[in-house]
Unconditional design. Structure first.
Lengths: 193, 193
DNA sequence: ACTAAAACGGAGAGCGTCTCCGCATGAGTA
DNA sequence: TACTCATGCGGAGACGCTCTCCGTTTTAGT
């Protein structure tokens, strides 16, 4: 009998690793906001005071970094869905969430390509975030279908795609109004016919 | 008195120039379809049998090339709008055009980022194509408003954005169905309330 | 045929991505 | 505290892409 089992150790992650991870995320957030999703990763690493190797170890792909940066936003949207579902009538809740979604995006225009990656990304990496957002809108849609407000054949994902489209096309000053109009159209068109 | 005026010459463009331009467009079309809007321009040049310099002289920016490649598609969409407007009742024409739009895009999935550039692009270069597409949908929307089928506050551009959104998010096998569902929703939501 | 304008195309500067691996550091242990 | 080795660091460098510059070639016009 071995006295020391191979120890399924899960050593505490090193503090410098954690520190670096945070630094990178912080800088990346700024960089993506300033320069869009194309920001130079080596630049981010440099500004964060780490080597490129470190950045790539933490986030193997650009997409992984993007997802990490926006993960908290995604989680906020998911939380909001639950909250709204508990507070408002089905249809109002859905409308409120959709408006929240576009507002949220309008606030940080740059998020759009990122979101696109998250929702559409083929990579397994996104499964998590995509799942969360999809779940969020599904909760609201299903509830509104059950209550009889919406057509039975409605798919939340379709709405999501339309929303992303709106946020994707860069646009002038009437951004917000345009977005609201579209949400109205989508909701109106989603009602039980 | 100068015997020879500076001759406002408009020399016939050299045949090799034209030939190269066509070659580049042809290859670029294939490349964008295969690899998306990120396809390597030097590669395109190489395959077209010209130097990078030649490609860049004809199309100073990647966007310029993209627009040139898809210009004919844009023109097709514009022509279709006119044709449909003359053949179908207002609402049917609009629906048909929207379906055509997504089908057209579904066929060459890769077109989406390009379209995005064309519609949203800040650069003056796009003015032409954007104008054409916007005009196309506006014709149909305005007609349907006039006939009383659609809400008066509808903006064709809003619909366009939604459509682009749909085409933008890469998606699996149910692409087409999803697109049709969304068109239905948009049309239903656009009716006079 | 001749010539000047037009177009070509490739070498190369510059930037970005991403990997590899020798070295530094800090978590566990006594 | 001292030791040790897994863990993490970071920079050098290979590679690919974009875009420019400029000497050479080609062609339209005469």
């Amino acid at each position: 009998m071995p006295r020391k089992q191979p120890k399924p150790v899960q050593r505490k992650p090193r503090t410098d690793a954690l520190r670096n991870r945070e630094r990178i995320l912080e800088i990346a957030k700024q960089a993506f906001t300033r320069f869009g999703a194309e920001a130079s990763l080596d630049d981010i690493a440099r500004q964060a005071g780490v080597g490129p190797g470190t950045l790539y170890r933490h986030f193997p792909t650009r997409d992984a970094l993007i997802e990490a940066v926006y993960r908290s936003e995604v989680e906020k949207m998911a939380a909001a869905a639950n909250k709204l579902a508990g507070e408002l009538p089905p249809l109002d809740a859905l409308r409120a969430w959709m408006l929240l979604f576009v507002d949220h995006i309008a606030a940080k225009q740059i998020i759009a390509p990122a979101l696109n990656s998250i929702v559409g990304g083929a990579s397994k990496l996104y499964e998590g975030s995509r799942g969360q957002i999809q779940e969020a809108i599904d909760i609201l849609v299903k509830r509104a279908i059950k209550s009889g407000d919406l057509r039975r054949d409605l798919d939340g994902f379709d709405l999501l795609r339309a929303l992303i489209g709106v946020s994707h096309v860069p646009v002038g000053p009437d951004w917000r109004q345009s977005a609201r109009r579209l949400v109205d159209i989508l909701i109106a068109g989603s009602r039980r016919g």
